[in-house]
Design a protein around this ligand. Sequence first.
Ligand code: HEM
Ligand code: HEM
Length: 221
Amino acid sequence: MNLPKFKKRSPEQAFYSTTSFASHAANDSFSVQTVQKVQTKSRDKHKYHWAIMLLHWGTLITLLAAVGTVLAWDNAEDRALRVLLIDSHRQIGMLVLVSVAIRLAVKMFTAKPTHHLNMSKIFKVCAGLCHTALYFMMVALPLLGIGLTLAHNTPVTVMGLVKIPNWIGANADLADTLTDYHVLFSWALLGIVSLHMTSALIHHFVMKDKTLTSMIPGKVK
Ligand code: HEM
Ligand code: HEM
């Protein structure tokens, strides 16, 4: 039996074949402009998805809050206040871990912005390495924080909802080592973020490309 063969079609071909003006539309510039407008309205292609922007700037605020609470804890005298500050630090740090998991999931289902397409290979590699290092730190830092807290035999919860089982047990030496790494990684994160922020500003003010605006919501030129 001769069954009809179906060819794989591009999204544009699929769009045109579903409209009543199918056979003329491919050469019809009015229709092409209409399609482009619809696509631009649904999402500006040079920008990150709004959820990525929200999580990106949210993470910056959360990190500042994590560092702020722990610095205040370092300088506080009152015992009750110290407990409140270090508890807040832990929960804010957990928020970084939870939001990075959501961000990686959102990234899998959303399209990349198009400004990278015009970039030279070396810039793409440097940006990729920097972003990977940032993701690594956003995961490693909270994990070290959880590890050192458990090694102090202090219970840890995820946003006060789920208690993390203490598979480490009280271990003062391990707690000290993990604390050293926790602090070291915090400095490393500060260094990478400074580099990241500086290159975003160089892209905007020196190279005058769309890298910075890709992460800023609204009609920023
Ligand atoms: C990404 C988020 C985090 C950042 C940026 C961060 C940063 C820091 C920094 C800079 C310190 C050192 C403060 C000092 O000079 O003494 C510190 C200490 C500490 N952090 Fe974090 N932290 C994060 C997440 C966490 C998490 C998730 C936990 C636990 C659940 C945690 C628990 C602690 C504890 C208990 C200390 C005190 C360690 C000690 O000196 O005994 N941190 N954190
Ligand atoms: C004032 C501070 C910051 C500025 C101006 C800034 C700016 C930007 C810009 C313009 C992009 C797009 C770059 C591109 O597409 O090549 C970007 C992406 C990114 N930024 Fe930042 N950023 C800042 C802080 C941070 C912080 C604190 C983190 C995390 C610790 C971070 C993590 C990332 C990551 C992982 C990406 C890649 C896109 C993604 O996967 O979400 N940024 N940032």
